[in-house]
Design a protein. Structure first.
Length: 190
């Protein structure tokens, strides 16, 4: 069973990751990522079992920790459910690369600590290709052909969100380090 409570940096190292590509097309909506019939649970390990099942029934069984989803336009369109990026992360996917993302999926992904990158050349990547992703520099290296695909670098703050495991964990970590947060907590206890 995959431990989804580990921070991204504990699972995959720094903001560089190497993995095998899983290619999907355009308009992969949240129902294809995690079907509505599977939303009877919010348990990440259970959601991982059904990740991408309507797009590729073999995905959840064959995906390995560190693999990378690559898609076309409008990845994550449809409903705004957070279950979609949670299922992807729980399946062990290191990051998602797409030509572009639905805005709500983009926000939800970073909020739960799933790194994503927009890459105009995503259609040049195929299933099984080995990739190295450098989020800080915004580069995707095709390890077999030597091609380098450009993306916008992920801003440092967003990298912190991913490294900390998402927005809630990032806020908790920030509050722990803040002397003012401790003073406020002491004041409230009186």
């Amino acid at each position: 069973m995959k431990n989804t409570r580990l921070l991204h940096s504990e699972l995959f190292g720094e903001m560089d990751m190497t993995g095998r590509a899983w290619k999907f097309g355009d308009n992969i909506d949240t129902d294809l990522i995690i079907p509505a019939r599977r939303l009877v649970t919010s348990n990440p390990e259970e959601l991982a079992k059904y990740c991408m099942e309507d797009a590729d029934p073999t995905f959840a069984e064959l995906v390995r920790p560190g693999d990378i989803i690559v898609a076309g336009d409008n990845f994550g369109c449809g409903s705004s459910r957070e279950h979609a990026p949670i299922a992807i992360r729980a399946a062990g996917v290191a990051c998602v690369i797409a030509k572009n993302f639905a805005r709500i999926f983009y926000r939800n992904a970073f909020n739960i600590g799933l790194p994503i990158m927009e890459c105009p050349d995503a259609d040049r990547i195929q299933t099984g290709d080995r990739l190295k992703v450098d989020m800080g520099r915004g580069e995707i290296f095709h390890l077999e052909t030597g091609a380098i695909f450009k993306s916008s670098p992920i801003p440092p703050f967003m990298q912190e969100l991913v490294a900390d495991g998402g927005l809630i964990d990032h806020i908790a970590k920030t509050l722990k380090k803040s002397p003012a947060a401790g003073a406020g907590a002491r004041t409230r206890k009186k």
